[in-house]
Design a protein around this ligand. Structure first.
Ligand code: FES
Length: 257
């Protein structure tokens, strides 16, 4: 297991209802970050539990994380002052396979809620490789939406909201019925979001095109200790994956959802 290090909080912004972005800068030079990997943070104060957070973007200097406030750890992080030093493990886990598509091919990136952030770095890296991307992003409502301009700079963005306040009413399953979606025939599908969305992606898209799923939503401790993240192995009923250790990105055909 890698050692933890202290990183400086250099930026913090509220980007949607209950959703924040933070910028973390390590003292040491950074490794090249694989999209879909995550950092495991100890937000400080009285918190003894680490909190895995997905990496939305990364460059040579630091990481950008996007998270929803869901408990004390993320609440603490959303209120940490600039300049705070935060204990961080990682990047951890296995990310998306960038070599799965070639220049000129098409990648469909499907995200829901706070599963959306890692698709930004993934999309950026794919576009750098000459891959054409389409994003299908599912949000709750207009107050929930973030980074549309950033995603739009990389490729076509199709949005759904549960209440129809922006884009297609419903979920990413309803986006699939639109003309823009029907026109885009992908060579790979890469998805991150809540289990019902991933289950839909697996059952409808994975049978015909290679599909990778990030199951990061299931993680709790992020370091293989709590077993909250176990998921069945579709090829071996006697084996289970630990999402934080074997994933969070796994092939759709490998997992039981
Ligand atoms: Fe705790 Fe995987 S998140 S074991």
């Amino acid at each position: 297991r890698p050692a933890s290090q202290m990183m400086e909080l250099t930026d913090r912004q509220k980007i949607a209802a209950g959703v924040y972005s933070v910028r973390l800068v390590p003292d040491e030079p950074m490794p090249q970050v694989v999209p879909g990997t995550f950092l495991d943070l100890l937000p400080g104060g009285l918190h003894v539990l680490r909190r895995p957070l997905s990496i939305a973007d990364a460059d040579e200097q630091g990481y950008t994380l996007i998270f929803r406030v869901v408990g004390r750890g993320t609440d603490q992080l959303s209120r940490s002052p600039l300049g705070a030093r935060i204990d961080v493990l990682g990047p951890l886990g296995h990310g998306f396979d960038l070599d799965a598509v070639q220049p000129g091919q098409r990648a469909l990136l499907v995200g829901g809620g706070v599963g959306i952030p890692p698709l930004y770095l993934l999309g950026r890296r794919l576009v750098e490789r000459g891959v054409q991307v389409q994003f299908r992003l599912g949000f709750r409502d207009r107050n929930d939406i973030f980074w549309v301009d950033e995603f739009s700079a990389l490729g076509e963005v199709l949005i759904s909201t549960d209440d129809g306040s922006v884009g297609t009413k419903g979920t990413v399953a309803q986006i699939a019925q639109t003309d823009e979606a029907r026109r885009f025939i992908p060579d790979i599908v890469q998805a991150c979001g809540p289990t019902p969305m991933l289950r839909w992606v697996k059952s409808t898209l994975a049978p015909t095109v290679r599909t990778q799923l990030s199951l990061e939503e299931r993680m709790a401790c992020g370091v293989g200790a709590c077993y909250a993240c176990v998921i069945g192995d579709a090829k071996n009923p006697d084996h289970q994956f630990r999402v934080c250790y074997d994933g969070p990105v796994l092939e759709a055909e490998e997992v039981v959802l």
